[in-house]
Design a protein around this ligand. Structure first.
Ligand code: AP5
Length: 219
């Protein structure tokens, strides 16, 4: 069993790789972005509170996201957790360390998916996802086989995110550099950091991550 963090800027490929790990290794993806979007769709008070913040590309409060993760960690996971989009601040990283310690487990690897900023706008503005199964696509690099139909589940509910605009991306990148990038140093210092080339093709990125997990599992 492994617990890992996928770290990287918006569009680095965290969600894409997390889904592959879920399918291939039976790990459980914990995406705070997906949890927050689900809260918006179901119209909870918290969902209403965070909607405008998310659409602008700003970060939701630490208290809210730590609460979401704490709730999900309570039941544990047999295959291990993939933290996707969490932690995003030093306070969140400290809280995660405490939560894992309390549940008698630890982090096995923090994998930074490193991508040149220039690639991100194209990835973000070309992205669409299946509203039914969550499969991630891209207009140019990963279109559906049949236009308007999800390859994975056949749904026609294909969606674009309101924060996937060039303008919101600038705010998201600012939040990444200001609040999240210090985590690279934090986890480097802890000896948990691995880096993969996120500009490689999706299967190649997956292979690099698999090699890290195999190494972490055997050491
Ligand atoms: P969140 O949903 O976490 O968004 P994000 O971190 O900005 O990351 P993305 O989902 O945009 O990108 P990704 O790295 O998953 O890329 P993907 O695989 O989809 O957060 C959204 C908002 O929620 C935040 O702005 C904030 O408001 C709030 N929030 C969430 N967590 C929070 C927290 N912890 N604290 C505070 N606030 C929080 O890939 C992108 C595209 O590229 C796709 O089209 C894909 O097909 C394509 N692609 C992927 N890999 C490759 C590749 N190797 N080559 C070519 N194309 C590729």
């Amino acid at each position: 069993m492994s617990n890992i963090i996928l770290l990287g800027p918006p569009g680095a490929g965290k969600g894409t790789q997390a889904r592959l790990l879920t399918e291939g290794r039976g790990m459980e993806q914990l995406s705070t972005g997906d949890m927050l979007r689900a809260a918006r769709t179901s119209g909870t008070e918290m969902g209403k509170k965070v909607a405008a913040v998310m659409d602008r590309g700003e970060l939701v409060t630490d208290e809210i996201v730590i609460g979401l993760i704490a709730e999900r960690l309570r039941d544990g996971s047999t295959g291990g957790f993939i933290f996707d989009g969490f932690p995003r601040t030093l306070a969140q990283a400290d809280a995660l360390g405490e939560l894992l310690k309390r549940s008698g487990t630890d982090l096995d690897a923090v994998i930074e998916i490193r991508v040149d900023d220039k690639a991100l706008e194209d990835r973000i503005t070309g992205r669409f996802t299946c509203g039914n199964c969550g499969e991630v696509y891209h207009d140019r690099t990963k279109p559906t086989d049949k236009a308007g139909i999800c390859d994975a589940c056949g749904s026609t509910d294909l969606r674009r995110r309101p924060d996937d605009t060039a303008e919101a991306l600038r705010t998201r990148m600012l939040a990444y550099y200001r609040d999240t990038s210090p985590l690279i140093g934090y986890y480097y210092h802890a000896g948990d950091l691995f880096v993969v080339d996120g500009l490689a093709e999706i299967p190649k990125v997956a292979a690099s991550i698999a090699a890290i997990l195999d190494q972490a599992g055997s050491s």
